[in-house]
Write a protein that binds this ligand. Structure first.
Ligand code: IFM
Length: 456
């Protein structure tokens, strides 16, 4: 049985990238270093010692890249702005050359009839900001940066994502040390998470004031947790892990403050001095819950967890289980499209965002060009087909999804994994900077043209 899944009219079929992952030009035209420039140049932090110094050279090849997007039939493009390119001091005088770069890119996108969706923060904080996200002054600087960007680019960009994946920018970056700035301090990670959420809430009205017709949201990376048994201990582990990844961010954004069970956990673990620590100011939860126009969801996989031995005394005693080897991408992430349906439905029913964009979804596979320059990435096509079908079914069930941004337009710098992981539908030869659209790119073009796909 085959079944064609139609998507709504004007569905935003797009692809996504982020500044540090593709631009290169790290010190071009007055750009200052970001925390990722510093981190990537710290020995031992990135696989193979890779850095984003050159990346995909998009800073110089942007025109060619927009032509490629047009050739691939994209209706929308999600990219991020580099804060240190626009404000090399973090605050103060904008760097005109940096703003001009994005201005040209946006003009080219609009001329190609491609809707721009700009992310203000995809992790490349100016390195000059003292204390990074531990300092509440960074939230104020972010608001200043948002105003400048909205004033300059907001006549043409109407769709904005404030912060990408605050979980990664706090927990991975300040607790687990895997991302810049590479701290391993759980208490500080909670301070960073709070300031990121606050920066988002403060920026929403500023974007609206400076950009008539702005539509604003934040992009989270939620996902479901599965346990091998339904034992009390395993469910307790899943509750804590779900609280850390999902509810710690969703609850305050939708007016509920931080979840009480997680506040208890963090106090008992010594990560918070009390359930109302000093870094949470009286008005903060109202600011964080400022209504938005859409919620961005980045989804790749589900999580399998079980209780560790100390679960009775330590709520964070969570053991992460790996995916079956025959059902994972090269990131080691399990292929689980139902988890996307589940995540979209859960968020729709529990939090009721007016609109949802899938702001990232995709798979890492290393297939490269054959002697004719063709890249046969059937495994990626299989992954995309099943995940897009899951979105179609969620829409049929009433979830208001209005766009899909495939991660990623092109292979790029995959953070601590460097260039070893390829998520693109366009292959990049990092030696020659040649671009090779993969089979998945032509397959996606057809999905866009047909505004849907056949489910087998
Ligand atoms: O490459 C990243 C992206 O920057 C944020 N979301 C997940 C992607 C794949 O790891």
């Amino acid at each position: 049985m085959t079944n064609f899944i139609h998507f709504p009219t004007n569905f935003q079929w797009g692809a996504a990238t982020a500044a540090y992952q593709i631009e290169g030009g790290i010190h071009a035209d007055g750009k200052s270093s970001s925390i990722w420039d510093v981190f990537a140049h710290t020995p031992g932090k990135i696989y193979n010692g890779d850095t984003g110094d050159a990346a995909c050279d998009h800073y110089r090849r942007w025109k060619e890249d927009v032509a490629l997007m047009k050739q691939l039939g994209l209706k929308a493009y999600r990219f991020s702005l580099s804060w240190p390119r626009i404000l090399p001091e973090g605050v103060g005088k904008p760097n005109q050359a940096g703003l001009d770069f994005y201005s040209r890119l946006i003009d080219e996108l609009l001329a190609a009839d491609i809707l721009p969706l700009a992310t203000l923060y995809h992790w490349d904080l100016p390195a000059v900001m003292p204390g990074g996200w531990l300092n509440s002054a960074t939230t104020e600087a972010f608001v200043e940066y948002s105003a400048i960007v909205a004033k300059t680019l907001g006549d043409r960009v109407k769709n904005w994502v404030t912060i990408n994946e605050p979980f990664c920018a706090s927990i991975l970056s300040y607790k687990l040390g895997m991302h810049a700035p590479g701290l391993q301090d759980p208490a500080k990670a909670l301070v960073a998470a709070h300031h990121l959420l606050l920066a988002h809430g403060l920026a929403v009205p500023v974007l609206r004031e400076n950009c008539p017709g702005a539509r604003v949201g934040i992009a989270l990376n939620p996902g479901p947790f599965y346990t091998p048994t339904r034992s009390r201990a395993d469910l307790a582990a899943a509750r804590h892990a779900d609280g850390e990844l999902n509810r710690w961010f969703l609850d305050p954004l939708y007016g509920r403050g931080y979840p009480a069970d997680m506040l208890n956990d963090y106090v008992s673990m010594g990560f918070l001095p009390s359930s109302r620590p000093d870094f949470i100011k009286p008005n903060d939860f109202d600011i964080i819950a400022t209504p938005t126009d859409f919620l961005g969801i980045n989804y790749y996989t589900r999580n399998r967890v079980m209780a560790g031995e100390e679960i009775d005394t330590n709520p964070a005693s969570v053991v992460r289980l790996s995916a079956p080897e025959d059902n994972q991408t090269e990131m080691g992430w399990e292929i689980f499209p139902f988890g996307l349906y589940e995540t979209l439905s859960r968020i729709h029913w529990e939090y009721k965002p007016g609109e949802i964009l899938v702001t990232e979804n995709g798979a890492s596979y290393s297939d490269g060009p054959d002697s004719n320059g063709n890249v046969h990435d059937d495994r990626r096509i299989g992954y995309l087909k099943d995940h897009i079908a899951a979105i179609g079914k969620a829409i049929q069930a009433g979830v208001p999804v209005t766009g899909y941004y495939l991660w990623s337009l092109m292979d790029n710098f995959e953070w601590s994994m460097g260039y070893s992981q390829r998520f693109g539908i366009v292959y990049i030869d990092f030696d020659t900077q040649m671009r090779y659209p993969k089979d998945s790119a032509f397959w996606y073009r057809q999905v866009i043209q047909q505004n849907g796909l056949t489910e087998e």
